[in-house]
Design a protein around this ligand. Structure first.
Ligand SMILES: NC(=O)c1ccc[n+]([C@@H]2O[C@H](COP(=O)([O-])OP(=O)(O)OC[C@H]3O[C@@H](n4cnc5c(N)ncnc54)[C@H](O)[C@@H]3O)[C@@H](O)[C@H]2O)c1
Length: 396
């Protein structure tokens, strides 16, 4: 079939298998171009199919020759209906890993469930014995709690007072005011249940009990802080509470792993266009201004540049892992540079529908958004008849 982007709000309903393959290949080439990392050899990535998780899997495999198991929740294709991009990304990743002689298997299912945890443990036992690194990179709007069976929904709301600020519809470039009503306690609790650290902790407990964690194991989950302007809806909002919980869970995990010399970390990453971040009001406007500044300064990074740097310069730098005063790894250092933030704040004040075209990088935002779904890549013939029924080879 001929596959074109079909946008609906914050999502694109179609994905291009060849474009997703090109995206994965580009990321692999980038990692290879940065040389070998003296890193982990057996890696589990939870949330491995898109965004930071996919970049983590690619960096582990092609930077450090690691065997990887990837867990994700993606839609396979049906005749005449494309799969979700993470499916095609994973198909391409496995194909490239195979070509390079690297072990790669995937599990498609709900990572919050006991069943998927058990399936993963069984796969580690059978194929790898143990794992040295676990990356926890889930971004999900819902979680069915494995003990109570209750479905919790996360929300993106401020806490305490209504938040009013600018936002942009990145499809049209229209800058408008948005007001978001504050969350109630139930909203906060639900968001913490979905995006906090409980599930990460459950994964680590289950794997430790099963004996599949290697001595000296490391686990890393991803967090975000960001600027003052997004604080009410992000870091001081419901999602921020979940990130606080995730960050404190890292210490609990380190405590529980003491006897096997293991460590839990949170890495604070940069704001980037992903499926998860496009849905948060105010963030797309901030990102389009940030991109403009960081590109002009020559310090712009995408997921793969961020994670390659995280592995090479933080996690596996040959000495101690540098952290901030709260024990967090910071790879958002360039985003948070005072000069970068000062410029973004100034542009924020100036941004209107008319001015954004000039002062922001809306084109870059749109391009990244299209890229998420496999569109807009050089070297892909989008007019060619394309087979949508691409399979992830390890998933029968
Ligand atoms: N995008 C940003 O700007 C940004 C910045 C800093 C930190 N982060 C954090 O990085 C992490 C990953 O976010 P992302 O932006 O890469 O998101 P993403 O949407 O690109 O990826 C989410 C991944 O989780 C998987 N997933 C979702 N629900 C699942 C489920 N129930 N079972 C199994 N897999 C499931 C998806 O398949 C996918 O692999 C999140 O914790 C996010 O808060 C994001």
């Amino acid at each position: 079939m001929i596959i074109e982007p079909r946008m609906r709000g914050f999502i694109c309903l179609t994905a291009h298998p060849k474009g997703c393959e090109q995206n994965v290949k580009n990321q692999i080439e980038y990692v290879k171009s940065k040389g070998k990392i003296n890193g982990p050899k057996r890696v589990l990535v939870i949330g491995a199919s898109t965004g930071f998780g996919l970049a983590s899997r690619i960096t582990s495999a092609f930077g450090s020759d690691a065997s990887t198991i990837g867990v994700f929740f993606e839609k396979p294709p049906m005749e005449g209906k494309t799969a979700s991009p993470g499916w095609y990304n994973s198909a391409a990743f496995e194909q490239e890993a195979q070509k390079a002689g690297l072990y790669a298997k995937s599990i498609n299912g709900d990572a919050f469930s006991n069943e998927v945890k058990q399936q993963t443990i069984d796969m580690i036992k059978a194929d790898l014995g143990q794992v040295d690194l676990i990356i926890y990179s889930l971004a999900s709007p819902v979680r069915v709690h494995p003990v109570t069976g209750v479905m919790h929904r996360s929300v993106l709301k401020p806490i305490g007072t209504t938040f009013t600020n600018k936002t942009v519809d990145f499809h049209t470039g229209n800058v408008s005011q948005v007001s978001i009503e504050p969350a109630n306690q139930e909203d906060i609790d639900n968001t913490v249940v979905v995006m906090g650290g409980e599930d990460w902790s459950m994964w680590m407990d289950a794997m430790k009990d099963a004996g599949v964690l290697a001595d000296g194991v490391t686990t890393v989950a991803y967090s975000y802080i960001g600027p003052e302007v997004t604080e009410p809806v992000y870091r001081k909002g419901t999602i921020g509470r979940a990130k606080d919980h995730l960050e404190s869970t890292a210490f609990e995990i380190t405590d529980k792993l003491k006897d096997i010399n293991g460590k839990g970390y949170v890495s604070v990453n940069k704001a980037l266009v992903t499926q998860a971040s496009s849905a948060i009001p105010v963030i797309p406007l901030y990102i389009s201004l940030l991109y403009k500044i960081m590109k002009a300064e020559g310090i712009h990074e995408g997921c793969i540049e961020q994670i390659q740097r995280l592995f090479q310069q933080r996690l596996y730098n040959g000495s101690e892992i540098p952290t901030d005063d709260k024990g967090r790894i910071r790879i958002d250092d360039w985003e948070m540079r005072a000069d970068v933030q000062a410029q973004v704040s100034k542009l924020w004040e100036e941004s209107t529908t008319e001015s954004l075209v000039e002062i922001g990088d809306l084109a870059g935002y749109k391009q990244d958004f299209l890229n998420l779904f496999g569109f807009g890549f050089e070297g892909v013939d989008y007019l060619a008849d394309t087979d949508e029924m691409v399979q992830v080879s390890s998933i029968a």
